[in-house]
Ligand binder design. Structure first.
Ligand SMILES: [Zn+2]
Length: 140
């Protein structure tokens, strides 16, 4: 199969704000206007209070490493020359349990530790645009 480009996210009415935010280098997460909980992935109703009144807000970009794996096999040919990479769940500082699937960059895999502080770093993926990856916090 010929690789014609990267796999592209399918934006829906529910998720378009997220992808549009990335294009502007803004990490936007849904937040409930009624109970103020953050909600990710995007949902039509708040899982805490059932309110449909959710709106995107920009998060701080601070978080910590919740879980990770080192990916050595590309799930799509476009990523074959980016291997290996660290696929991670990052718990965002805004709320316990608010986790984003992303990549950790700028850190040797042997130095990764669950709970280590991370910070957002925008990483240009060419045709895919900016991606919200994370790196160890406070490292110059
Ligand atoms: Zn709510």
């Amino acid at each position: 199969v010929a690789v014609t480009g990267p796999p592209r996210p399918l934006a829906t009415a529910l998720t378009r704000f997220f992808w549009d935010g990335l294009a502007e280098r803004r990490l936007l997460i849904q937040r409930c206007s009624a109970c103020r909980h953050w909600v990710h992935y995007p949902r039509p109703r708040c899982p805490w209070c059932q309110s449909p009144d959710l709106a995107p807000e920009e998060v701080s970009g601070r978080g910590e490493l919740y879980a990770f794996t080192v990916t050595v096999q590309a799930f799509h040919p476009f990523f074959a020359d980016r291997l290996p990479y660290v696929l991670a769940l990052v718990e965002l500082a805004e709320q316990e349990g608010l986790r984003l699937t992303t990549q950790v960059v700028g850190c040797d895999e042997v130095d990764l530790r669950i709970g280590m502080p991370l910070e957002l770093v925008w990483t240009d993926l060419g045709d895919l645009g900016p991606a919200p990856f994370f790196r160890p916090a406070g490292v110059p």
